[in-house]
Design a protein around this ligand. Structure first.
Ligand code: AMP
Length: 193
C-alpha cells in the first residue's frame, strides 16, 4: 500500500445508525464502505462454506469467530490497496478484533484516524431494528429475543472496544437523536478534525 489511507470506524450497538452514516460518509469523502454484517450476509446468499458456518451464529445474534472476520477484512484491504480509505461498519466488535486489526494496519503502514461511537436509548434501538426488519426482511432484525441478545452481546463483548480506542485518543461519541442532517453535521465536524 503506497499512500496513507483515511480510515474511520463507525461504532455502536445494532440499530444505532452505523449503516446510514457510513453511506453518507463514503459519498462525501470517496471512501469504501466495509460492513462485516453485509459481507457475511452476501457469503450466506452465495452459499459459501464461510457463509454456511456464519449463518447459525448470525441467526441467534451471536458473533462469528474473530479469525473469520479478520481474514475477510484483510482480503478486502489487499484487493483495494489503491483506495483513498475505508469506513468500517460493525468491525471491530471485540477487543481481540481491534488488536488484530491494529497489527494488520501496522503491517501495511496504515492506521485508524478516528472512531465515531453512536449512542441511542435501548427502546429506540429496538423499535428502529424492528422497523428495518419489516422493510428488509432480515430475520435477525425481526425476532425480539434475537434483537435483545444482540444488544446484550454488544454490551458484554463490543462496548469494551470503546475503551481500547479511548486510550488511543481516537474516540468521539455522537448521540444519534434528532434529524439525520443534524446528526450528520456533528459527524462531519469529527471527520474534518
Ligand atoms: P450487522 O449487520 O453488523 O448487525 O451484523 C449482523 C451479524 O453478523 C451479527 O449479529 C454477527 O452475528 C455477525 N457479525 C457482523 N460483524 C461481525 C464481527 N465484526 N464479528 C463477529 N460477528 C459479526
Amino acid at each position: 500500500m503506497k499512500s496513507i489511507m483515511i480510515n474511520f470506524i463507525l461504532f455502536g450497538p445494532p440499530g444505532s445508525g452505523k449503516g446510514t452514516y457510513s453511506k453518507k460518509i463514503v459519498e462525501d469523502l470517496g471512501l469504501i464502505h466495509i460492513s462485516t454484517g453485509d459481507l457475511l450476509r452476501s457469503e450466506i446468499e452465495k452459499k459459501t462454506d464461510l457463509g454456511m458456518q456464519a449463518k447459525s451464529k448470525m441467526e441467534k445474534g451471536e458473533f462469528v469467530p474473530d479469525e473469520t472476520v479478520i481474514s475477510m477484512i484483510e482480503g478486502i484491504l489487499c484487493e483495494n490497496d489503491l483506495a483513498k480509505g475505508f469506513v468500517f461498519d460493525g468491525f471491530p466488535r471485540t477487543v481481540a478484533q481491534a488488536q488484530a486489526f491494529d497489527t494488520m494496519l501496522h503491517k501495511y503502514n496504515q492506521s485508524i484516524r478516528q472512531v465515531i461511537a453512536f449512542e441511542v436509548e435501548e427502546e429506540e434501538l429496538i423499535s428502529r431494528i424492528m422497523a428495518r426488519g419489516k422493510e428488509s426482511g432480515r430475520a435477525d432484525d425481526q425476532n425480539y429475543d434475537v434483537i435483545k441478545n444482540r444488544i446484550a452481546v454488544y454490551h458484554s463483548k463490543t462496548e469494551p472496544v470503546k475503551e481500547y480506542y479511548k486510550a488511543q485518543k481516537k474516540l468521539s461519541v455522537v448521540i444519534n437523536e434528532g434529524k439525520i442532517d443534524e446528526v450528520y453535521a456533528k459527524v462531519s465536524s469529527i471527520l474534518s478534525v
